[in-house]
Design a protein around this ligand. Structure first.
Ligand code: AMP
Ligand code: GLY
Length: 426
């Protein structure tokens, strides 16, 4: 089988790493990829938004399966373009991708199918948003969450603790701070608890959860500072105990599948459910229509089976017959970022110690890296994900940080407390 991965982050490197070990894969391509992916796949210089060019490439090279990593091409309709040419693709079509692309669409969907989520409302103008926010605080809310309706690269959500803060952010959305993503906002109650990430494969007939994981969204230790794409992750997530798993299946995944069927959504890919869990009750914070990053890294380290076969079966409506297993050993991935991220940062810093980290037993997934004059240099905010497994979570954490300790570049920054929450739960 010839497989093409679309994307260039740590997620795509982790998928490439797992696909590479599939006996069915004869050739692996990635568009556009990065310096690490180039070590396991042939990188093709086509951007993720060049949908027709990607389809041309797939057609000309006899690609049997295209796996789409990021949300932007899915929301732009890459699946529709590929399907129009009879090309097998892992990822929902444009309409189904609105489950991530529009917070309002997702909220309405959840309400229609009784999926537990934060109470909220969509507002289409600044005045009604102000009124709603005022009413919530007047009624005693400790905080409120304001979400720009649309893709805003993770920047469109604010958990506001005061009316002033919430109103200022909502006004900013309507003033066009997030482009077209701010012509509508969803305002919802602030939930408390612990977050977890659930990926579930879905082909429209079957829905199969993968191993749960937990991300670390904030930039600083102890979950302080601004939100990022994710600074580290581990799997399994102890907060997802047996009771919670059962509730996720019953109250979220089954109703999700029912909704997909009733609304005739073409969903053959992965649904990533962002959860808040309190007292063993899971509620949905958001849907994403793709794998999470960095969560995919520890999840792939634990995956057992033939990933190409599983993704192909999902893409072609045969998920029912896919065989998926998990290693018992926990896995952890620690992100090394460029100083300044998630704000401004420098690029082009030479990275050293990658071989030493590999020799120390870690698998280093590349995110923002590039090759320059035979050296690997930084090329993004999140640069690397250093992943390790261990007999228990403590050992996995220690192993991952041993690898992190081998790597250096000017301005390298990482959190020191990845996995601490899981440790506390033991
Ligand atoms: P979203 O893009 O909707 O997942 O929001 C990004 C982040 O904001 C989430 O991962 C949470 O940390 C936080 N968040 C979103 N919605 C809520 C909520 N209703 N209550 C508390 N925190 C939230
Ligand atoms: N790590 C969270 C995400 O991929 O959206």
């Amino acid at each position: 089988m010839k497989v093409l991965i679309v994307g260039s982050g740590g997620r795509e490197h982790a998928l490439a790493w797992a696909l590479k070990s599939s006996p069915r894969v004869e050739e692996l391509y990635c568009a556009p990829g990065n310096a690490g992916i180039a070590q396991v796949a042939r990188c093709v210089p086509i951007g993720v938004s060049e949908l027709e060019k990607l389809a041309d490439f797939a057609q000309e090279n006899g690609i049997d399966l295209t796996v789409v990593g990021p949300e932007a091409p899915l929301c732009a309709g890459i699946t529709d373009v590929f399907l129009a040419r009879d090309l097998a693709v892992f990822g929902p079509d444009k309409r189904a991708a609105m489950l991530e692309g529009s917070k309002d669409f997702a909220k309405e969907f959840m309400l229609r199918y009784g999926i537990p989520t934060a109470r909220g409302r969509a507002c289409t103008d600044a005045v009604s948003a102000r009124e709603y926010i005022h009413g919530e605080f007047a009624a005693g809310a400790r905080g409120i969450v304001v979400k720009a309706d649309g893709l805003a690269a993770g920047k469109g959500v604010l958990v506001a603790r005061s009316e002033v803060e919430a109103t200022a952010f909502s006004d900013q959305c309507f003033e066009g701070e997030f482009g077209s993503a701010g012509s509508k906002v969803v305002i919802e109650e602030m939930l408390s608890g612990e977050e977890a990430s659930i990926f579930a494969l879905c082909d429209g007939k079957t829905i199969t959860p993968l191993a749960p994981s937990q991300d670390h969204k904030r930039i600083f230790d102890n979950d302080m500072g601004p939100n990022t794409g994710g600074m580290g992750a581990y799997s399994p997530a102890p907060v997802v105990n047996e009771t919670v798993s059962r509730r996720i299946e019953e109250k979220i995944l089954r109703p999700f599948l029912k909704g997909v069927q009733q609304e005739g959504l073409r969903f053959r890919g992965v649904i990533f459910v962002g959860l808040m869990i309190e007292n063993d009750e899971p509620k949905v914070l958001e849907f994403n229509v793709r794998f999470g990053d960095p969560e995919t890294q520890p999840v792939m380290r634990r995956f057992e089976g033939d990933l190409a076969d599983v993704l192909y079966k999902t893409a072609t409506g045969d998920l029912e017959h896919a065989v998926i297993g998990w290693k018992e050993t926990p896995a952890v991935s620690v992100v090394i970022a460029s100083a300044g991220y998630p704000g401004k940062y420098e690029k082009g810093r030479i990275i050293s110690g990658l071989e030493e980290a590999a020799a120390a037993g870690t698998v280093v997934f590349h995110a923002g890296t590039a090759e320059k004059d035979g050296r690997i240099v930084t090329a993004g905010g999140r640069v690397l994900g250093v992943s390790a497994t261990g007999r228990d979570i403590a050992e996995a954490i220690a192993n991952a940080y041993r690898g992190v300790g081998k790597i250096s570049f000017e301005g390298a920054y990482f959190r020191k407390d990845i996995g601490a929450k899981a440790l506390k739960k033991r």
